[in-house]
Design a protein around this ligand. Sequence first.
Ligand code: SAH
Length: 349
Amino acid sequence: MEKQDIKSLFLEELEEQLAALNQPKFRAKQIFSWLHEKQVTSFEDMTNLPAALRQSLKQQYYIAAAQIARRLQSQLDGTVKYLFRFNDGNCVEAVLMKYKYGNSLCISTQVGCRMGCKFCASTLGGLVRSLTASEMLEEIYAATRDSGQRVSNVVLMGIGEPLDNYDNVLRFLKLLSMPGGYQLSLRHLSLSTCGVVDKIYQLAQEDLGLTLSISLHAPNNEIRSQTMPVNQRWNVEELVEACRAYFAKTGRRISFEYALIEGVNDEPCHARELAQRLRGMPAHVNLIPVNPVKERGFTRGPRKKIEAFQAQLEKLGVNATIRRELGADINAACGQLRREQAQEEERRC
Ligand code: SAH
């Protein structure tokens, strides 16, 4: 019999399954608390359970765990980059950033990605598999265990496309925020998508209170279709329309990510076009000097050009900031560490 993933179960599901094992209801609460509040990774650690119950849990279930395969800490700002290894050997990255207001963790939602954005390292080897809810939780729990500090903000901006793993991501969000668990308010969580439009409409109906971040990266279809294949399925007009609908339903201001690539999307005419697109929408534009990926060949323009782009957007009434770069000395942008590790392991074989 294949073992079941106990950490992906809601409390009610655990209660039902324990009832089938003739266990009282309070046992489910105890187990849930061990898994999500105390974040243990073995049944042996659940010391207030009878030994016989621990034994039968072990036969029926497994606990998803993330081992730290590599850990890089920035000498500049304390940012920590983790390479986590899951039970089946697959690895993903997460980045812990320390801000004045608390600790923010950027997590992965898939092993690899199939969206094919031309500037992104995470998509180079395609999609291997999606992460389970428990594995996404475990990225947060493992960072908490390692740092000894609570994670106060979470961003789904690591490897993978969260809306391409919709059901598991939704289960993860509910588990992360529910009473008796880690209890992270989804007001402190951002979900970033390259623009899977049908799922944006679905997400708007869930009433979760999270911040939606859209990886726009281009002001028109001509550029966007060249750099982001998803645009051939849903174009900029359809994407912006979905964003307007999302705001109308949730009242949450949308954040747009815009990676500035020299000579591709960073000219004054692009800033004008972008401002026109977003007119009348409560939005915030996050400008990111593109992170060079050696296989990709894109470069960033000079700082002055990036600042001019921001100033122009502001002048046209669009709220825009340039993302502060943390962990510059440990190459903190996602996707690159996992690739390095995979290439190293290949060489060793
Ligand atoms: N799939 C999701 C989330 C993961 S990517 C998404 O597309 O939003 C997280 C963010 O990093 C996205 O905005 C993505 O477009 C951006 N990104 C990817 N490669 C980058 C690079 N080389 N430089 C700057 N930003 C990059």
